[in-house]
Design a binder for this molecule. Sequence first.
Ligand SMILES: [Zn+2]
Length: 222
Amino acid sequence: MSSAAKPQIVILLGAPGTGKGTQSAWLSKELGVPSLSTGEMLRAEAAHNPELKRLLAAGSLVSDGLVCQAVAAKLRRELSSTGVILDGFPRTVAQAEFLDALLDELGLPRPLVVHLLVKEDALLTRLTSRRQCPACSALYNLETRPSRAGAFCELDGERLVQREDDTEQVIRRRYEDYRQVVNPLVDFYHRGDYYVINGDRDPGLVSSELLEIIAGPSALAA
Ligand SMILES: [Zn+2]
């Protein structure tokens, strides 16, 4: 983004548990680029759109069209000069096509897409090793970040538990759902500005590789 004169749209793809959220937050801070989730854009747009406001209040599913409308309104109104990291959008090829058309209309470059890839078995090991404190929600990991208090929370001494959605069956199903969503997007984007990063490594290494792809090699020296 440093070298590009125009705002750059960055899309991070990655299964739940790959560390996408953490990386996206880190990158946003490091580059001074806002990270926008679909939920945030929908809530912002609801202030101008009574129908959307009603749907969100009722917890109803929001259609593709309304999601696209919210993203377009947000990008038209207040796209920062540095660009934006999109979190959770696009989710479908129709949304990806919509985004391309919108960027063309705004005279912006096509998105830069980075896919944070972690193999299913590695993800399974990582997620089934997670432990959480039921009192303060602190997260630990038996493999990568064990509690210094053993089976108890370092902060308040509560016995740590495994979250219900961190079981093998749930993780495998979530991964399959993710593949169904991401494969068409990979087909759509792989001929463009598309990069794959091995996410099954130290988070710091993943961060610097992400930064190098997005901001160029000079960002690391700076
Ligand atoms: Zn705790």
